[in-house]
Ligand binder design. Sequence first.
Ligand SMILES: NC(=O)c1ccc[n+]([C@@H]2O[C@H](COP(=O)([O-])OP(=O)(O)OC[C@H]3O[C@@H](n4cnc5c(N)ncnc54)[C@H](O)[C@@H]3O)[C@@H](O)[C@H]2O)c1
Length: 244
Amino acid sequence: MKLQDKVAVITGGASGIGAATARLFVQEGAKVVLVDLNEEKGKAFEAELKAQNADALFVKANITSEEEVQNIFKETIATFGKVDVVFNNAGIGRVTPTENLEYAEWRNTVNVDLDGVFLVAREAIREMLKSGGGTIVNTASMYGWVGSPGSAAYNAAKGGVINLTRSLALEYATRNIRVNALAPGFIDTPIIPEESKEVLKTMTPMQRLGESEEMAKAVLFMASDDSSFMTGNVLTVDGGYTAQ
Ligand SMILES: NC(=O)c1ccc[n+]([C@@H]2O[C@H](COP(=O)([O-])OP(=O)(O)OC[C@H]3O[C@@H](n4cnc5c(N)ncnc54)[C@H](O)[C@@H]3O)[C@@H](O)[C@H]2O)c1
């Protein structure tokens, strides 16, 4: 098992890529802390994992709140005593032509997708410095590498996550904290509107959407010792989209 007795905090853990990763981490021996805004889904998922004898804790938090992010780590330490892995994954995205993009929507997207990632990473680093190290995996996007019409705020924030990942990796490289990022392509999760799915398939060289489980395997690689000499890297898992 690749994460035996490790404690993993997963933001956006109630749905999609975060939930699939939580399932895989549990199979690999981890204790998981599911962090999400969505209390109903989060609690139901916590109950499901506990029914399978997994160690799981749901913590409701908005990653844009400094206080709530600090509370995630307090609760984690109180329950499991340490933090080894942080999958910094919660995010939002929506398509709005830039001429119609209200400043409030821009701010909200950047607030969740970039500021929130910073706040979670900072608290993770504070804990990992105390305990002697750990691994952080940030969720960026292939849209952090390339542009796309109607996603200015999202693309700017995800591009920010990629370079934030590199900066943190360099800053903590000698202190046993590895920081990498996942850049997914179009993945079949609730973030993608049903009516967009067919066109997104045709935009993808492999002519299908990715599955959350396929993201989870890449996250496990970056979170575990399998990637022990890798830091500041971005693993792009996109069915070939950015090879075009
Ligand atoms: N699905 C895709 O095609 C795709 C592609 C590239 C990147 N991503 C990224 O993957 C990550 C996970 O997305 P997903 O596809 O699993 O979508 P999802 O909507 O299924 O999951 C995201 C989860 O994050 C939670 N969340 C949103 N804002 C939050 C906040 N402020 N605080 C706490 N929790 C919050 C939501 O409640 C939800 O449960 C996101 O960062 C997204 O940008 C997704």
